[in-house]
Design a protein. Structure first.
Length: 262
């Protein structure tokens, strides 16, 4: 007995074949050199000597190829504290040995207001990042913890990501961490996996190709049009239809890099 499955686009959508193109860019070039480009997940398991090795399994290879890794741009060695008035805060345990100036960390990292925490006595901290993802066809991105990377010293909490359509809602990514065990420090080294992203297109059989895209005037204007909405309204998903009405036809323009002489 044989059977096959064929995926088709929803009525009204053009027939798209081949890899789904996802663009990424930094919405701020200030110190942009410290931010690693997103990279496709590559399993550290390279044993292909045996025919039944996991490195040869098509299902494993297919799954891993759909995850992209975003790495920490700088060292974090933090302790959760409260001041004499009970206000929550963070202490940099690296002190004078920290390669990051304290005033620079505070520009990217903060504790969210306590009344906004999802669980009582479980602080939430947020790390603002300049990464923006975009697509020219319906694509959803899901942000999640780097569960395929082994951590010798596990984080004392969990991250929570999200899922949204990058073709109509390009917004800067943020790393949000819920600190369940505040008696333990949070330590992340520069270059450590910070989170993964996974993409979903109209059909699940298509692969994904990520390219760095130029921040054109049209793209910058569109990002400005949708950014910051969460500060004014709840349920921002209700704004997708309005955002799509003013969206330019094309947002991705791959960056052309100079080729090396090698």
């Amino acid at each position: 007995m044989e059977f096959s499955v064929k995926f088709e686009n929803a009525p009204g959508l053009p027939e798209n074949k081949g890899p789904v193109t996802v663009g990424w860019f930094l919405n701020s070039q200030k110190a942009g050199v410290i931010f690693y480009p997103p990279e496709r997940f590559r399993s550290t398991e390279k044993n292909k000597a045996h025919a039944k090795s996991a490195s040869r399994c098509p299902a494993v290879i297919n799954m891993e190829s759909r995850y992209f890794v975003f790495r920490a741009p700088f060292d974090l060695h933090l302790q959760f504290v409260r001041d004499k008035d009970g206000k929550p805060g963070l202490r940099n345990l690296n002190g004078d040995l920290s390669p990051v100036r304290a005033n620079k960390i505070s520009q990217h990292l903060h504790v969210t207001p306590e009344k906004e925490w999802r669980h009582p006595n479980v602080p939430t901290i947020q790390l603002s990042l300049p990464y923006v993802l975009v697509a020219d066809e319906p694509v959803y991105v899901t942000q999640l913890a780097p569960f395929m990377h082994y951590q010798k010293d596990p984080w004392p909490g969990t991250i929570f990501g999200g899922r949204f359509p990058i073709n109509v809602w390009p917004r800067p990514l943020m790393w949000a961490f819920e600190w369940h065990d505040t008696s333990k420090p949070l330590k992340i080294n520069r270059g450590d996996p910070l989170f993964y992203v996974m993409f979903e297109a109209a059909t699940p059989d298509r692969s994904v190709a990520m390219v760095e895209t130029e921040l054109t005037k049209e793209l910058a204007d569109y990002v400005d049009f949708v950014s910051g909405a969460v500060n004014f309204v709840n349920q921002t998903f209700s704004l997708f239809e309005r955002a799509e009405e003013v969206r330019p036809d094309t947002l991705i323009k791959p960056v052309k890099r100079r080729k090396s002489d090698d």
